[in-house]
Design a protein around this ligand. Structure first.
Ligand code: PHE
Length: 454
């Protein structure tokens, strides 16, 4: 088999891969989920555990995923199948690919609902720009949105259509265009918001909340949340990065460096989002703890209302956040689509993407209803949306990551790894392999067992 290209197309350069992988990593996870997870799980202590998870578990597994993808050049399921044939490793490892497909579908189902909220807010600001009413009571505006199944469903549907559009067009045409200019624009917007946060005079308190750990807040549950967030934000554990790695050219592209660039950018964006949001939260007298999933939607509009050109900012901010969510959702859909394409032929790419997206949309309706009509329904003490998020994010992603680490650490031989990581100095290679073999799997297992069994 030709191992220099993939049937799905190839990234035109290393920069393009970095943009696409960053586009996948940076999304609602950084700007919506990270601040509210930090808010709900004890501030600084959560952030420190999260950063450790990124450095010692996330980044090494990110490297492993890209490596597997670039070696295999096909969708995760088939990459693992081929590896089993090639190296004699057990076929059970293929399960990682299947679990990734299921996790991707579950995550996209609620991800699209939340992305729909960002579309709705962009629309609100657009209307306001042309003289519509302002968001005077952000809490009430947010509650009104959640209370309307029809509106939620419509935005969820629109977002899914946008996602499918890009995936159906294929790697080069679709994905590259979306990430080239808009991601840097979002970064600038965040910087501007951090600067605004500074002018509120509450930056020091915000920084203390984010970075001064109160260790008494740490328990097994917080640890699990931080680990889940680390996997989620780096798009790990469900073979997204493996899929993107399959389209990465081999010549002259270093996987460790590329992975490091992606992880650093992603972490920077999350921390910037924290520094943008918490000064506003504090300045407007909101309790920084326990903000819940509505945090950015109920706090940032207060700042947009107060700052000069706030309406335009609001429009740009939520619009670009929708774009960031878009480049992530594309990558949630890609592993399953690539698999279907390999099964049914390249000419069926559009149909494959549509079928999977339709499935995600239907499952997403459960999340929509759990916000209003079915808000009383509880599974394991959680409403339906939180339950799906829990199963997919907090369980399946770390579990998938752990299996990837074990597969790369124990089932694959050194030759394959060294071939892909040829530029890594021997000492670092050994350290990375030790993280894969021992540290990452044990840590993930310990955290999951402690949190679930108590
Ligand atoms: N990393 C994305 C975000 O932070 C979400 C995502 C998770 C994308 C898993 C792909 C795979 O928003």
């Amino acid at each position: 088999m030709d191992k220099t290209s993939s049937i799905h197309g190839m990234w035109s350069s290393r920069l393009m891969f970095i943009l696409a992988a960053t586009g996948s990593a940076v999304g609602l996870g950084n700007i919506w989920r990270f601040p509210y997870m930090t808010s709900d799980n004890g501030g600084g202590a959560f952030v420190v555990v999260y950063l450790c998870c990124i450095a010692f578990v996330g980044l090494p597994i990110l490297i492993a995923e890209i490596l597997l993808g670039r070696h295999g050049r096909v969708s995760p399921v088939n990459t693992l199948r081929n590896l089993a044939r090639e190296t004699g490793m057990h076929r059970a490892w293929v399960g990682i690919g299947w679990m990734g497909i299921v996790a991707g579908i579950l995550i996209l189902s609620f991800y699209s609902v939340v992305a729909g909220w960002t579309l709705h807010y962009s629309w609100l600001y657009l209307k306001q720009l042309f003289g519509g009413a302002g968001i005077v009571d952000p809490g009430a505006t947010f509650q009104a949105l959640l209370a309307s199944p029809l509106e939620l469903t419509a935005w969820h549907a629109l977002f899914m259509v946008l996602t499918v559009g890009v995936v159906a067009l294929g790697v080069e045409k679709g994905l590259e265009r979306a990430v080239r200019f808009l991601m840097p624009a979002l970064f600038l917007m965040l910087l501007a918001l951090v600067a605004y946060g500074y002018t509120t005079g509450h930056m020091a308190e915000a920084a203390a909340f984010l970075f001064r750990p109160d260790w008494s807040k740490i328990n097994a549950d917080v640890f699990m949340r931080a680990m889940g967030q680390a996997f989620f934000t780096l798009s790990l554990g469900m073979c997204t990065m493996m899929t993107y790695g399959a389209y990465l050219p081999k010549e002259g592209v270093s996987i460790p460096r590329t992975g490091l660039a992606v992880a650093l950018t992603d972490t920077t964006v999350a921390l910037l989002a924290g520094l943008a949001i918490f000064p506003v939260v504090i300045a407007f007298g909101i309790d920084p703890a326990g903000g819940g999933p509505g945090l950015i939607f109920t706090s940032l509009p207060l700042a947009f209302e107060a700052m000069p050109f706030g309406i335009l900012y609001g429009l740009l901010f939520f619009g670009l956040l929708a774009v960031a969510a878009w480049t992530s959702s594309i990558s949630l859909l890609e592993p399953a689509t690539a698999f279907m394409v390999e099964k049914y032929g390249v000419r069926n790419r559009k149909r494959a993407a549509i079928v999977i997206a339709l499935l995600c949309w239907l499952i997403g309706l459960l999340s929509v209803l759990s916000l209003n009509l079915w808000s009383e329904v509880r599974i394991l003490d959680r409403d339906i949306m939180t339950f799906i998020e829990f199963i997919a994010n907090d369980l399946m992603l770390p579990l998938g990551g752990m299996l990837i680490a074990l597969c790369v650490g124990w089932a694959l031989n050194r030759t394959i790894l060294r071939d892909q990581l040829s530029d890594l100095p021997e000492g670092l290679f050994l350290a990375w392999r030790w993280l894969m073999r021992v540290v990452a799997p044990r840590l993930v297992l310990a955290v999951l067992v402690r949190a679930l069994v108590g």
